[in-house]
Design a protein around this ligand. Structure first.
Ligand SMILES: [Zn+2]
Length: 277
């Protein structure tokens, strides 16, 4: 069985502040091997549990964070940007039997370490079919459309609580406990690695492709912290302003919807001014 790991960084072991996850700085360099350690622990557990192939899809920022030279040699890694399905790249080819959300985090505005949805600060809320949607929620709906179950989620305790909503059957591992958006009670990598490995082995019991399930059409609504970002996003065909700081659009499938959402975030990000937002 082949398992896809979608690896984000905010929910990795020890990560609590922007400097930990912003590429280029010394603190980010320090966290890269720790993040890679979380991924390796998951890979080891998945193979313990019967996986015979693991693809790691880098899902954070520039999507160049993990250390390939330290990666478990049984796995492969998709690194770099501009991918058809971004954080969920690899789920769409019909050969994946389960997906792991590793290092995930809570959604914009919610309690959670480094909580956000796609944009670090400019997006204040996302709704899918009128339900509040974190990245995990959106990505689980994409996986569901391709018949792929979410089998394991790692992140802070708030992330695991959020995953109960979108993947109630998945195994959850909290690698840290939320104190504030920029503080957490952390456990050392040796301990979290043992927890992740054990959970990944257990999670393999949940792997197995189902029939593809297109449940669309879907309605996306995105709220920004400033009106001009909503206005900027309306250049995208089908995207309209639904309120002063909100845009909305409809999509027949999650595949199309998540791609349009990506376009909305990209255009809005380009309209953000450095100091005023
Ligand atoms: Zn991230």
């Amino acid at each position: 069985m082949k398992i896809l790991i979608s690896a984000d960084m905010e929910g990795a072991t020890g990560v609590t502040c922007p400097a930990d996850v912003l590429p280029g700085g010394p603190q980010w360099e320090r966290q890269r091997p720790v993040f890679t350690g979380d991924v390796n622990a998951a890979i080891a557990g998945l193979f313990d549990g019967g996986a015979d192939a693991v693809l790691v899809n880098e899902a954070h920022w520039t999507m160049r964070n993990l250390l390939l030279e330290r990666l478990d040699e049984r796995a492969s890694m998709l690194t770099g940007r501009h991918k058809e399905l971004s954080m969920m790249e690899g789920v769409q080819h019909g050969d994946v039997d389960g997906v792991v959300f590793l290092g995930y985090h809570a959604g914009a505005g919610a309690e959670g370490v480094l909580a956000h949805t796609y944009l670090a600060n400019s997006i204040t809320g996302v709704w899918l079919d009128d339900y509040p949607a974190s990245e995990g929620y959106l990505n689980a709906k994409v996986a569901d459309e391709f018949g792929v179950p979410v089998i394991l989620v790692t992140g802070d305790d708030k992330t695991i609580r959020d995953s109960r909503w979108y993947a109630p059957g998945a195994v959850g591992v909290a690698v840290k406990d939320y104190v504030s958006r920029y503080a957490a009670v952390c456990r050392p990598p040796a301990r979290t690695a043992a927890d992740i490995r054990r959970a990944a082995e257990q999670a393999m019991a949940l792997a197995g492709r189902r029939d593809k399930a297109v449940n669309g059409p879907h309605r996306f609504e995105v709220e920004f912290d400033a009106e001009h970002l909503a206005g900027a996003a309306t250049v995208i065909p089908g995207v309209s302003q639904s309120d002063e700081r909100r845009v909305a659009f409809k999509a027949k499938t999650m595949y199309k919807g998540i791609r349009c959402f990506k376009a909305v975030t990209t255009v809005a990000a380009a309209a953000v001014e450095e100091e005023y937002g």
